[in-house]
Write a protein that binds this ligand. Structure first.
Ligand code: ADP
Ligand code: MG
Length: 477
């Protein structure tokens, strides 16, 4: 039997507002427990929620970015359930009428194929608090700082067909929310959490299989691994004569497996009803128009422009437009140096390797865009070779100044004076008569030996083109 995997993702992304979605309490991460929850977040009797206009603006911005329908009128509903970190006993969310309706996202797969994935909806809701199970001598601590933090839940159609596609889609959403500045997307701080709905069906069958939902994944790698495990589990289960039950599962990172958390009841267990404390949300054409005017260049457009404007490959264009910060940096280097191809190679190569190694972000790079452009100019005008340039880059990275300062201080300027190179070559030839004989007897490989010796004698500074040319001439029988 051949099986097809079907996946739909629900992504919770924290909106970048200063205050909560229904109160004025701050949303900053990392404060002392229970110092950022006010009476409204605590669900005290008699308080009333007031909708945060900025949260609405950010949600609309997302909708416009994915060319989705923006509901002129949407409704907040109470989703009722009991949990210790949910003081009101219900979460305010949107149910039947979400603010953002159908839209779509394009993803590029590893083989370069492009797929369009449907977004079903995106709705505004508040986050719950957090239960802390450590450090309390067997008790559980409750931190309500996060209660009432604005979230946008982005729900995909069941259009994804493999763990890799699901990860590509999630990465794309993550890239987009950061590009348009609606969320910092910080996964360690819980600002971007993914739930994966997974089912399998025999290839050719029209109906979907029963799905299981894997909750709260906070890395793309774990998302991929959790789905891959779940697919195998479901296939083994069905082939062994069992049936998949609709349930919520947790992914155990250490064991690389999913485990049943609770079997999921009907959706109406939540007894959704419109929140009587909140008016319907009305979005007028002005707000919508303003959101689309305010949008920056989006990732797809930037990638395509990088290809056409700078002649980059699709891969390089994708790499360099991964984030706005990186894209801006690359464009500054390209502009300053006048060498977009070299700029792409250096930003995508040496610089990114150094950033990765130092586990730091482009904004913290000790080598600024203008410093890197300065280095590229020196390669271009022949002051240094590409190889020496790596040495200069490392020195710049270590705070030894800009390219010209490093070149001067370390005396790295390329030797292009042909009489100086000739002198070097004469010395090497005189010192290696046996190799000269071998070369002249037809052993071409020995040529590389001579190049190596000359470069070494020059401290890597001799112009390689000239070295080759003069060596050839001098070694001729
Ligand atoms: P609920 O409200 O119970 O979470 P939804 O119908 O809103 O259910 O679906 C939630 C997510 O599950 C969506 O992303 C949807 O694409 C996905 N989904 C629905 N049915 C399936 C299925 N059979 N297999 C995989 N994913 C599914
Ligand atoms: Mg769900």
């Amino acid at each position: 039997m051949q099986w097809e995997t079907v996946i739909g993702l629900e992504i919770h992304t924290q909106l970048a507002t200063q205050s909560k979605i229904f109160s004025g309490a701050p949303t900053a991460f990392g404060a002392e427990p229970n110092t950022q929850a006010c009476a409204i977040d605590l669900g005290m009797p008699g308080v009333l929620p007031v909708l945060n206009a900025e949260a609405v603006r950010l949600a609309v911005r997302f909708g416009v970015a994915i060319a989705a329908e923006i509901a002129p009128r949407s409704v907040f509903a109470r989703k009722n359930y009991f949990y210790p970190d949910l003081p009101k006993g219900y979460q305010i969310s949107q149910y039947e009428l979400p603010v953002v309706g159908k839209g779509k996202i394009e993803i590029i797969l590893d083989d370069g194929a492009v797929r369009t994935i449907g977004v079903t909806r995106a709705h505004l809701e508040e986050d719950a608090g957090k239960s802390l199970h450590e450090d309390f001598d067997g008790f559980t601590g409750i931190d309500l700082n996060r209660a009432g933090t604005p979230l946008l839940e982005i729900v995909s159609e069941p259009d994804l067909r493999s763990p890799q596609e699901a990860a590509a889609y999630a990465r794309k959403i993550h890239q987009l929310v950061r590009y348009i500045g609606i969320s910092d997307g910080n996964m360690q701080e819980g600002s971007f959490r993914m739930d994966a709905n997974v089912s399998v069906r025999p290839v050719g069958q029209a109906e979907f299989g029963t799905r299981a939902e894997i909750k709260n994944l906070n890395s793309f790698r774990f998302l991929e691994k959790a789905i891959a495990f779940e697919v195998e589990r479901q296939i083994d289960l069905i082939e062994g004569g069992g049936t998949v039950v609709q349930e919520t599962r947790l992914y155990d990172v250490a064991k690389d497996e999913t485990r049943s958390m609770r079997t999921k009841g009907e959706a109406n267990d939540y007894r959704y009803f419109p929140d009587p404390d909140l008016l319907p949300l009305e979005i007028d054409a002005d707000l919508r128009a303003k959101a689309s005017v305010d949008l920056p260049e989006l990732p797809d457009a930037k990638r395509k422009r990088f290809q056409s404007q700078y002649g980059l490959s699709e891969y390089d264009a994708g790499l360099l437009s991964a984030s706005r910060e990186l894209a801006d940096y690359f464009e500054a280097v390209a502009r300053d140096s006048g060498e977009p191809k070299l700029a792409a190679n250096w930003v995508g190569g040496e610089l990114m390797a150094a950033l990765n190694k130092a586990e730091t972000e482009i904004a913290q790079s000790p080598v600024s865009a203008s410093m890197l452009a300065g280095l590229i100019r020196r390669i271009k005008d022949g002051t240094i070779s590409g190889k020496i340039a790596k040495q200069v880059f490392e020195a710049m990275w270590n705070g030894e100044g800009d390219a010209d300062a490093v070149i001067a201080a370390q005396g790295l300027e390329q030797i292009t004076d042909s009489s100086a190179i000739e002198t070097l070559i004469d010395t090497i030839i005189a010192a290696n008569p046996a190799q000269v004989e071998q070369y002249r007897a037809g052993k071409d490989k020995v040529f590389g030996f001579f190049v190596g010796q000359v470069m070494k004698a020059s401290g890597g500074k001799a112009n390689p083109g000239q070295v080759n040319e003069i060596l050839k001439r001098k070694l001729k029988p």
